[in-house]
Design a protein around this ligand. Structure first.
Ligand code: FAD
Length: 837
């Protein structure tokens, strides 16, 4: 008995293995017979502006690259707005861009204008990077007085954030600025200093481009001396005492910082560089410009990815790196380039900075608060570096209104939307912790603070906005930061217009969305849903084929298998750049692919042998059984568009064949051949479906039947003006003119979006269920070209109609209505589906 069972099991396994080999062979043949198609694109003059983390891309209408002050003046006069100003583009939240605006890219406006060695001042064009300034100063024994740790940034960008470095006895960059030359919104050129136009001076420095373009900058500079490094490790609790006794008032200390080690945040590694008369042990005057190296990449990967990586950094790596007391040039120590931080890829995760400024005395109030947030959210920190700053002399957005410690958090985060939302949540907690400790947060980073937090941290921002109202009353100069935080002239926050949608959703909107049940969905599904849908399209094509009375032997079975694998390959290629695709998804898609190949392969074989033999006996339009199979194929195609294939009533189809279809009639041989072939197919599928259904029911939770859309500019009267049956329902009004809408899944979702696209001039979509990307499937003739701001994820000929190409298009949610409108206007692209996963 046992032996018979074992024999049976073995045979069954052989049959299954045989079928799988057959499925794989059909798949290989299918891929070869379904070549990819390249779809042309309409020319698109818009420009994507990225910043270093790649988390906040903004699409702008154009970029202007001035080389002279006259170029800046002409560009400002010629542009009604909005204009954003770009330096090195290292700020991390769209501070250099605004959607559909013009960016003045200042990087070609560079070079030293004057160097006065006696007065120790230098005048430079604002697009000059610190490295170029250092190269000029180094030749005459001078050095930059205050700058960031890295020399990659532009002087204009550094001034506009009022940067700081690791210097002791210094503080915000404004302390070393003598004067600036500004180009204002009307094109006028104005000089500003602490005594001349001081409101413009204190608004432009640290003003993130709000008042106008900083064109020329005159800075105080310092001597380039030898510096000698000392370091030690202490408990964080002793740091303030240590700093006061050995660093703060020691005029020989040039650089100092203290790195707190995660994940305990209990120990700090303090490093100071003091002026020295000893000969240099590192003869190079500056580090090389390109510092991208595998050793740095590996070190950062180790700290953030390896088990015990943080422990290894603290106990093994730092003790080796900080051996001895090297003596080097000041310019050498100030010549790090951000390329040393660049990871091999930023697609799945990226390194990001944040910074908090807290009064020196509040260190022991802030530290436990910060530690609690970082530990509770398991932030993957590289370190928190403490720096010191003396008070700011009067900028409106001063981050150091008094003597502060800066806490610079460098960490790694995932790039998918859900991870970004989680980062925004804990960042708001850290901002609260800084504010509760009497401190502020830094503005060049991800703009996730609420307006209340912004106002609490920057109480003098109203003065900056008043100056802006005076010199730029139309708000010509803006960027993602000011789109979010600058109130209109009456003090209220302006409603976002569709044309001026913020690149980042305001924090208030995000916080409300976080509280909406089942709002957030996984964006990766937008792509990896398409292969399954390809099977729906295949089933529809099959139903259509039979309905048209065509011979089943002529259906392109193999090519239909090919389109599945083509879809899988194309969508995986696109998805893997942005998301981690888990093994479960691969297993599922491979099982589906091989099963489909077996099914279509067997069907193709049968229809082209036995089935084909009886086709000579097939009356015009087919036998009753042929028609019945077309009807069942249509019902099946309709069902699988919204439900699992195993939910189809194959048993009912089998019974219907024998109860509803007459046993006699024209084409008797064909009739009975069909009857047996269809019976076999329905019975096998009924048995397989009940097995799959049992397995699926165990772990299945029914999906939500509605989807949520965040729109700006939408209103009920506008919705009422839209024809057709598909409409959105308002769930609630959100902050600043955004609305949360709901709509039924599948066809209603597609139809409501298509209808709304008639109003793309006044309505825009910000995101859909947390996804910023939307994918659209449809078909078009071969010569068709994708509209602007649309890219093709995958394209292949439609197997049953090779004159048309089926493709999956990818669009940013904010461009969706524009794109749908142009698809409709063009007329030749048939939208089959807008994915709503
Ligand atoms: C790896 C790394 C390390 C950092 N370390 C430090 C640090 O040690 N200390 C510190 O303070 N900051 C630090 N920062 C933040 C950095 O100082 C800011 O991001 C700075 O703005 C970068 O300069 P940028 O030239 O890239 O400016 P951008 O990012 O291009 O611009 C920043 C802002 O300045 C405005 N702007 C730029 N040029 C002009 C101009 N000519 N006129 C008017 N407005 C202009 C822009 O509109 C924008 O609002 C660091 C950032 C990174 C990525």
């Amino acid at each position: 008995m046992v032996r018979r069972a074992a024999r049976l099991g073995k045979r069954l396994a052989l049959v299954v293995a045989g079928l799988v080999v057959f499925g794989v062979a059909v798949s290989a043949l299918a891929c070869w017979r379904t070549p990819p198609v390249v779809v042309g694109a309409m020319p698109d003059s818009s420009v994507r502006i990225d910043e270093v983390t790649r988390l906040h891309p903004v699409t702008m209408a154009r970029v202007v690259t001035p080389r002279t002050i006259e170029d800046i003046v002409n560009a400002v006069k010629a542009t009604a707005g909005p204009i954003s100003i770009g330096g090195g583009r290292y700020s991390m939240g769209g501070q250099t861009a605004t959607p559909d605006g013009t960016q003045l890219d200042m990087r070609q406006f560079h070079g030293v204008v004057a160097l006065d060695t006696a007065a120790k001042t230098i005048t430079v064009r604002s697009g000059t990077r610190w490295r170029e300034v250092q190269e000029a100063l180094d030749k005459v024994g001078l050095a930059v007085k205050i700058m960031q740790t890295y020399n990659t940034f532009t002087v204009g960008g550094a001034l506009s954030v009022n940067a700081h470095g690791r210097y002791i006895g210094q503080g915000p960059l404004v302390r070393s600025v003598r004067e600036v030359t500004l180009v204002l919104a009307d094109g006028s050129v104005v000089v500003a200093s602490p005594t001349l136009n001081p409101d413009l001076f204190y608004g432009a420095v640290g003003g993130y481009g709000a008042l106008g373009v900083i064109a020329l900058v005159t800075l105080d500079v310092a001597e380039n001396t030898h510096v000698r490094r000392d370091d030690e490790k202490l408990p964080v609790s002793s740091y303030l005492d240590y700093f006061r006794k050995t660093v703060r008032d020691d005029s020989t200390v040039v650089f100092h910082n203290a790195d707190i080690y995660p994940p305990a945040y209990e120990n700090v590694h303090v490093v100071s560089y003091r002026k020295s008369t000893q000969p240099v042990t590192i003869p190079e005057r500056m580090l090389p410009a390109d510092q991208h190296a595998w050793s740095h990449r590996t070190a950062y990967e180790m700290i953030t990815d390896w088990p015990k990586g943080k422990w290894m950094r603290e106990h093994l790596i730092d003790p080796v790196i900080f051996r001895g007391n090297p003596v080097e040039w000041r310019n050498y120590e100030a010549s790090y380039d951000v390329s040393e931080l660049e990871p091999s890829s930023r697609s799945h995760d990226t390194f990001v900075l944040q910074e908090y400024f807290v009064p020196v005395d509040s260190i022991m109030a802030f530290m436990p608060r910060m530690r609690r947030v970082l530990q509770a959210h398991e932030v993957n920190a590289v370190n928190v570096s403490i720096r010191h700053a003396l008070p700011d002399p009067g900028t409106y957005l001063a981050w150091a209104p008094n003597e502060v410690f800066a806490y610079v958090l460098y960490y790694k985060q995932r790039t998918d939307p859900e991870s970004r939302r989680e980062v925004a949540r804990w960042t708001r907690e850290l901002i609260d912790a800084a504010i509760a400790s009497g401190g502020r947060y830094y503005l060049p980073y991800q703009p996730v603070a609420t307006r209340a937090q912004f106002m609490a941290a920057y109480p003098r921002s109203a003065e900056l906005f008043a100056v802006k109202q005076r010199v730029d009353s139309t708000g010509k100069f803006t960027n993602a930061l000011w789109d979010l935080y600058r109130p209109s002239a009456n003090g209220a926050m302006p409603a976002m217009t569709a044309q001026h949608l913020a690149a980042n959703l305001p924090a208030e909107v995000r916080i409300t969305l976080d509280s909406v049940k089942a709002y957030s969905r996984t964006e990766a599904r937008e792509y990896l849903t398409h292969p399954e849908w390809d099977l729906v399209y295949g089933s529809e094509a099959y139903a259509r084929w039979l309905e048209q009375g065509k011979r089943p032997s002529g259906f392109p079975y193999v090519k239909s298998v090919g389109t599945f694998w083509r879809s899988y390959g194309g969508t995986y290629d696109a998805a893997k750049d942005r998301y981690r695709v888990d093994m479960g998804t691969h297993v599922m898609l491979n099982v589906i692919g091989v099963s489909t190949a077996i099914e279509y392969g067997l069907k193709g074989l049968y229809e082209n042998t036995l089935g084909r033999l009886t086709e000579w006996n097939m009356p015009a339009g087919g036998t009753a059984e042929d028609k019945y199979s077309a009807k069942v194929a249509r019902e099946y195609a309709t069902l699988i568009a919204t439900k699992g294939w195993y939910e189809f009533g194959f048993m009912r189809a089998f019974k219907g064949l024998w109860s509803d279809v007459p046993l006699t009639g024209p084409g008797l041989l064909r009739k009975w051949e069909r009857r047996f072939a269809l019976s076999g197919e329905y019975l096998v599928k009924a048995a397989y479906a009940s097995l799959i259904g049992l397995g699926t029911a165990a772990g299945y939770t029914p999906d939500e039947l509605t989807r949520h859309v965040v729109a700006v500019g939408w209103s009920e009267p506008l919705d009422a003006s839209i024809g057709g049956n598909a409409h959105f329902a308002k769930v609630r009004d959100l902050d600043r003119g955004y609305s949360l809408l709901s709509v039924g899944r599948y066809d209603p979702y597609r139809d409501a979006l298509l209808a709304l696209s008639d109003h793309a001039d006044c309505v825009r979509i910000a995101e859909i269920n947390g996804s910023e990307l939307v994918t659209i499937a449809g078909t078009a003739p071969a010569e068709w070209r994708t509209p602007m701001r649309t890219s093709t994820v995958v394209a292949y000929r439609q197997p049953d109609d090779p004159a048309r190409t089926r493709m999956l298009l990818r669009v940013q949610a904010r461009d969706l209505l524009d794109v749908l409108r142009s698809l409709r206007a063009g007329g030749s692209f048939r939208v089959e589906h807008i994915y709503d996963y």
